[in-house]
Design a protein around this ligand. Structure first.
Ligand code: SF4
Length: 467
């Protein structure tokens, strides 16, 4: 798995650096993207109402979902109204967030994923591990074996990528041509016109949003933009940051319903599911700028080593570490540990096309998590350390005590096993014992006070000489 991750993220990283490097005004574009998102978020209620009016004026229907359950119920209800037992889907992380496929399956409706990587994940009963490349953890041999078992009528396929893609294409084409209803996510929606946009690379999304009779699009409320011209900024930022392309292969835009052309029934579901809580937090709010490009995952050393599944969250990587705890709330036991999954190296901030200061939000959320956790053993230990280290004499006293206390634990020139909770530290490493004499004691023994030899003392004597 690590080899797959290293290869793919490494290749995307290098390509991204090239296509971003050829944009002389990339930094200004990032500033503009961030400012446009912030402006829209500042007026979010008005922008959403404007979007609702625009979509309705063009023949679409708008639904508001407070949480995942309401959104799932809306999709299932629309499917049931049309007697649909199978629908096709464009890759949508928002639909994963609300666990749509599972809920539909429980109501007898099968959702077919049409993005190749999502199809691989679905057929293998797995879960996505990357925002852009959901099957990044799977290699070619695994996909060959999967398709040979799961795709009917294809015979024995080789591991040639063209043969595997061809088999998926034949399977999906039949679904595109026979299925009555599709579900998509939304990359952007324009309030002034009601235009909805899906950005993808395989053309499966274009099939889903044009061929079926009924289209349902689920949109996180932060995806709204004010004007059509705002799209031009994000159409530059998104492809270069995600697939490292100058232009995205398939950008589908639709506005309501057009008689005789495309789906004749269009539903837009506006999903909150914790987003208004994020919006209410002045510091965490910048997280809602995210355009799900996945650039932050591709540069993250923690993601590269741990993989997406380790986060236990639909949104993996640095964006998952700040978005999931805010959506679910800091009392969620898994989510509130996610801000700790970072070395705070800042690589994510450097590449984020909308300048979300992920390291700063991580630190902020860590302190929020500590407040939620209350007085744990770790917090008590840290408070104790703070007390001891605040005064030199306390620190020296504590060292003297520790030197005496460590006696029974020292074996030769190392401490190989610590008692109780501290034992975790010595499970895979030895601890160096404290020396018999510390620096300060050695210095005093030489008959000088540490302050007299400090840089401060030297500087003052130098300045006296200069005077
Ligand atoms: S946080 Fe920034 S870099 Fe990460 S997915 Fe969102 S927009 Fe992309």
């Amino acid at each position: 798995m690590r080899a797959n991750l290293r290869n793919v993220t490494g290749a995307i990283r290098a390509k991204r650096a090239n296509v971003v490097g050829e944009m002389p005004h990339w930094e200004q574009l990032r500033d503009l993207g961030a400012a446009l998102k912030d402006d829209t978020l500042a007026d979010l209620p008005d922008r959403l109402l404007q979007l609702e009016r625009s979509v309705q004026a063009r023949g679409g229907q708008v639904h508001w979902a407070r949480d995942a359950r309401e959104a799932r119920d809306l999709v299932a209800l629309i499917a049931e109204q049309h007697a649909v037992t199978e629908l096709i889907k464009v890759k949508s992380i928002t639909s994963d967030e609300i666990e749509l496929n599972l809920a539909l399956e429980e109501r007898g409706i099968h959702a077919v994923e049409t993005d190749l990587a999502e199809l691989i994940v679905q057929l293998s009963k797995d879960s996505p591990s990357h925002i852009l490349v959901p099957a990044i953890h799977r290699n070619r041999a695994e996909i060959q074996e999967l398709f040979n078992t799961e795709l009917p009528g294809e015979g024995q396929l080789s591991d040639d990528p063209a043969a595997l893609a061809g088999a998926a294409r034949r399977y999906l084409r039949q679904k595109f041509l026979t299925t009555k209803m599709a579900v998509s996510g939304v990359n952007f929606a324009v309030a002034e016109t009601g235009t909805v946009c899906v950005v993808e690379s395989e053309g499966n999304g274009r099939m889903c949003v044009t061929l079926p009779e009924v289209l349902v699009s689920i949109m996180g409320i932060e995806k709204v933009l004010e004007k059509v011209e705002d799209l031009s900024v994000f159409m530059e930022l998104l492809p270069r940051s995600s697939t490292a392309e100058r232009m995205n292969p398939y950008n589908s835009f639709w506005t309501g319903v057009t008689p005789g052309d495309g789906p004749q029934e269009f539903h837009l579901i506006l999903l909150d599911n914790g987003r208004t809580n994020v919006l209410a937090d002045e510091f965490g709010r910048q997280t809602l700028r995210c355009i799900r490009c996945s650039a932050c995952l591709n540069v993250c050393p923690v993601y590269e080593r741990a993989g997406g599944h380790a986060y236990g969250s639909v949104y993996p990587g640095p964006i998952g570490a700040i978005l999931t705890p805010q959506l679910l709330g800091m009392y969620d036991k898994n989510a509130n540990t996610l801000p700790g999954a970072s070395s705070l190296c800042g690589a994510c901030y450097d590449v984020c096309p909308v300048k979300i200061n992920i390291p700063q939000v991580l630190i902020y959320l860590r302190s929020e998590a500590n407040v939620q956790k209350g007085l744990t053993a770790e917090a008590l230990a840290m408070k104790g350390m703070k007390f001891v280290m605040a005064e030199g004499w306390r620190f020296e006293g504590a060292l003297k005590l520790a030197r005496v206390g460590q006696g029974p634990l020292v074996r030769g020139d190392a401490i190989t096993s610590l008692p109780g909770l501290l034992g975790g530290w010595t499970q895979s490493r030895d601890l160096q014992p404290l020396p018999k004499e510390g620096f300060r004691e050695w210095w005093k023994r030489r008959g000088q006070e540490p302050a007299a030899a400090s840089g401060e003392a030297d500087t003052s004597s130098e300045s006296k000489e200069r005077v």
